[in-house]
Design a protein around this ligand. Sequence first.
Ligand code: S3P
Length: 175
Amino acid sequence: MKNNIVLVGFMGTGKTAVGKALAKRLKREFVETDELITKRAGKPISRIFQEDGETRFREFEIAVTKDVSLKDRLVIAGGGGIVLNKINTDRLKEKGVIVYLTASPAMILKRVSGDNARPLLNSVNKADRIKELLGERKPFYERACDIRIDTSRLSIGLVAEKIIEELGKHENFDF
Ligand code: S3P
């Protein structure tokens, strides 16, 4: 039986907000791989990218994912690129059901505009960059996920409710 809930999806699809709401409802601990990386590296993600490069960031991501994958009864929000390394999804799937949150490119743009904490979107044309990255990433998310939910038109609370409903249908998940 699986007992962790893992939220994956592109930047701005609501992984953090939904993860917190879900953890509260289910009385579980919420952890975010980005936050664990920041703690481990001793600096914000933007600085890891700037000073050490994306490859180093992905190494941190693999290390913290390994740690959280071993724990139980967590709600885990992964960074948007966590699915890019198959080792991460393989480890997360050992004890976790993977929930893929989606949103339209327009909604993603709305949610991330004015935010400079995401180095991969520090581009002159954010809209084009989002579409380009979404195109590249889609197969990775789809391959990894057990459950998929479009968050574009739903409130945070409703997304959390839908996840609980879907988990209920999942025969391998232990509440
Ligand atoms: C990334 C997404 C970010 C963060 C880093 C890289 C990505 O997380 O891990 O900037 O590759 O999509 P959020 O999805 O929480 O913004």
